[in-house]
Design a protein around this ligand. Structure first.
Ligand code: PGA
Length: 221
């Protein structure tokens, strides 16, 4: 039985000076919890990844670290890109194909396929985002996060019934993948989703930015 996975997606938030205070608050809160059946991963922005990971390693915290994106290319002359091997120095996970990247950065199914390949070659655990059950799923995804765009950052999560339908369709095709739900998951509503069949965790944006709120989410499950 997999542990329930809580993935924090910080998106383009926070500066390096915010990282230690966040962890100083979160760590004692987490120590109050039985984490034997829970797994926590935080995905900071690239500039905050190193400082975050160093703090986690030095203090041996029960927190995994992920990146929010990687390059579709290897090391080389790709200005502005961060490749999978560079990510691997600081993170074990990577989010690929988030709908905000599709919308604002025009990321294509081909880009996503290449990114998943590069991530797997580097030994990263891939959290692949899909918008619905018909979205591109690339071989090699370890975790699929179902995130309907209408639910992201809107305060209007999908219904547990619909999430169950989407998961069932995905599960029929990808039975060995872990399934997360993301989109307006908050401390007030997280309990509505925990018993959805095949759900094995959450991808959390806004509510992960405040360590108390993130802790509340975890504590309720
Ligand atoms: P949200 O974002 O929790 O702020 O809706 C989720 C996500 O986009 O990963």
């Amino acid at each position: 039985m997999n542990k329930l996975l809580f993935v924090a997606n910080w998106k383009s938030h926070k500066l390096t000076k915010d990282v230690h205070p966040y962890l100083w608050t979160l760590t004692p809160l987490l120590s109050k919890l039985d984490l034997s059946n829970k797994e926590i991963v935080v995905c900071p922005s690239f500039p905050t990844l190193e400082i975050f990971t160093q703090f986690v390693r030095v203090n041996d915290l029960p927190i995994g670290v992920g990146a929010q994106n990687i390059s579709a290319y290897d090391e080389g002359a790709y200005t502005g890109e961060v490749n999978a091997e560079q990510v691997k120095e600081f993170a074990g996970y990577v989010i690929i194909g988030h709908s905000e990247r599709k919308k604002y950065l025009k990321e294509t199914p081909e880009d996503i396929k290449l990114k998943v390949e590069k991530a797997k070659q580097a030994g990263l655990t891939v959290i692949l985002c899909v918008q619905d059950e018909n979205d591109t799923v690339v071989d090699g995804a370890d975790i699929i996060a179902y995130e309907p765009p209408t639910a992201i950052g809107t305060g209007k999560p999908d219904s547990p019934e619909n999430i169950a339908k989407v998961f069932q369709k995905l599960y029929d095709r990808y039975p060995s993948v872990r399934f997360l739900y993301g989109g307006s998951v908050k401390p007030e509503n997280i309990k509505d989703f925990v018993s959805v069949p095949h759900l094995q965790g959450f991808l959390i944006g806004g509510a992960s930015l405040d360590p108390d709120e993130f802790y509340q989410l975890i504590a309720q499950c």
